[in-house]
Design a protein around this ligand. Structure first.
Ligand SMILES: Cc1cc2nc3c(=O)[nH]c(=O)nc-3n(C[C@H](O)[C@H](O)[C@H](O)COP(=O)(O)OP(=O)(O)OC[C@H]3O[C@@H](n4cnc5c(N)ncnc54)[C@H](O)[C@@H]3O)c2cc1C
Length: 436
């Protein structure tokens, strides 16, 4: 990135949000010599990157996986002495499908799905290889943006449309095929099928924690609204105290629904865009078992045809053995949009009871009585799922947002999901802030 010279005589750049996106923006601004302050509503850095600790064992209960295509994350982690710790994630999947015994194997050929479904999936992968979409950014909305995965494959081979694609969309996009556009499916297939996966044995939260150590962050300082003066954003107003923090430029690095709450009525189109992003809250049950599960299974996939609440589970001990000193299995159970909305309404006790009821079908090797400890990790928002039309909406938003004076945006919504997309969006926001 070419960084314009900063003007130290001016008010600081204010970054709202100490997730990786906001922290990376603050670090780039600071490197350019611009005074910068990050305002964070909670008491910790990291946002949706959370590592839980229990009796010396660690488990990532927010962002899980780093991909080899993560150039921004890789460069930042190199500077933080974390890149050398990336460890490959290797293992098998277990499929529990109706009418057949649990099947364990590599995802390269899912035997119980049958030859036709597997071939159809390879056809899809070929399409990604021949016409690769750009990674971690949205450059164009093609005709495939307008069609859902469910509609595209309606009437095709039952195992593909009723099992394989729902599981893929759920695991990669946290939404069912009806709420995933074809363009987005191809985008995330390219990220997940053609890149290597890595975990960080320290826990991914170490990444934002180290970033936060290098910049100036004010915790427990929720921003209530933007300060507008003479047709431009001139700062922010804090919740509670009403303190005004003046800024030469504001970078909003929060999740979509949090951004819509902060935007004033004068930015109605932008507010409406963020409101239109499907909200995907997560209540993630984390089961600490009293023993390791056998084999080398990382993910457990359940038959989605019965429309259960939890469609897949991850054995975090197999995924990242370096994080779990005890060696005992730690399972996380995952739901997807729209089921995740049901969990949002339930108490932790109710979510636990539901997850325990479904545990044995989802993870045949586990027993409810082996669960030593349960925790529920809640996220207000997990990933932006890209329903039909979403890429077009993002592009229109970005075009118009570039004309707003004093305000820029950072977030995973601008690049097609995952933390790398949030980090990719940083350079544009930082450029605008430095030329303000
Ligand atoms: C369960 C789960 C699994 C995931 N798995 C992966 C994965 O495997 N790989 C991957 O790459 N990505 C994954 N992600 C996505 C990844 O975590 C996000 O893309 C990334 O963390 C987004 O970072 P961000 O800084 O843009 O936003 P956030 O992390 O959401 O940070 C926003 C920050 O803003 C703060 N904030 C909000 N409102 C205000 C306000 N009014 N005033 C001040 N501060 C405010 C919040 O407290 C938060 O700290 C996952 C996410 C979840 C939830």
């Amino acid at each position: 990135m070419t960084i314009p010279a900063s003007r130290p005589d001016m008010a600081p750049v204010v970054v709202i949000g100490a997730g990786v996106g906001g922290l990376a923006a603050a670090q780039a601004l600071q490197a350019a010599g611009a005074g910068t302050i990050v305002l964070e509503s909670s008491a910790r850095p990291g946002g949706r990157i959370v590592t839980m600790e229990r009796a010396g064992d660690r488990v990532d209960v927010g962002a899980q996986i780093l991909h080899s295509s993560y150039r921004c994350a890789s460069a930042l982690m190199t500077g933080l002495d974390l890149r050398q710790h990336w460890r490959p994630v290797r293992g098998e999947s277990c499929y529990s499908l109706q009418g057949s015994d649990p099947w364990i194997g590599s995802d390269a050929y899912v035997s119980p799905m049958g030859l036709r479904a597997n071939l159809a999936l390879y056809g899809l992968l070929l399409r990604v290889t021949l016409r690769p979409p750009p990674l971690h950014e949205i450059r164009a909305a093609t005709a495939l943006d307008a069609v859902s995965v469910a509609d595209q494959f309606r009437g095709s081979d039952g195992m593909l449309s009723k099992c394989l694609l729902p599981l893929l969309c759920s695991a990669m996009n946290v939404a069912t095929p009806r709420y995933t556009s074809m363009q987005h499916l191809l985008h995330i297939l390219r990220i997940t099928a053609f890149t290597h996966r890595y975990a960080l044995p320290q826990g991914l939260e170490e990444f934002p924690r180290r970033l936060a150590g290098r910049v100036s962050v004010r915790y427990e300082s929720p921003v209530a609204s933007l300060l507008e003066e003479d047709g431009r954003v001139a700062g922010v107003i804090l919740e509670g105290s009403g303190e005004v923090v003046r800024a030469r430029h504001v970078i909003m690095a929060v999740a979509p629904h949090q951004a819509s709450a902060l935007l004033p009525a004068t930015l109605a189109a932008q507010k409406q865009f963020f409101e239109s992003v499907i909200k995907t809250p997560q209540a993630l049950p984390v089961f600490f078992l009293d023993r390791p599960l056998p084999g080398n299974v990382i993910s457990y996939m359940r038959d989605p045809r019965g429309d259960p609440c939890f469609w897949f589970a991850v054995d975090n001990t197999r995924k990242a053995p370096g994080m779990v000193k005890s060696g005992k299995s730690i399972l996380t159970l995952w739901t997807q949009y729209p089921h995740c909305l049901e969990l949002e309404r339930l108490t932790d006790t109710e979510v636990t009871a539901l997850a325990l009821r479904e545990l044995q079908v989802l993870v045949p090797a586990a027993r409810a009585e082996w669960v030593e400890h349960v925790a529920i990790q809640r996220h207000e928002f997990s990933h932006p799922p890209y329903a039909p039309g979403a890429y077009r909406a993002v592009l229109e938003f970005m075009r118009d947002a570039a004309t707003i004076k004093g305000l820029s945006f950072v977030g995973d919504i601008f690049g097609g999901a995952y933390m790398e997309a949030s980090l990719r969006s940083v350079s544009q926001a930082v450029k605008r802030a430095l030329t303000a």
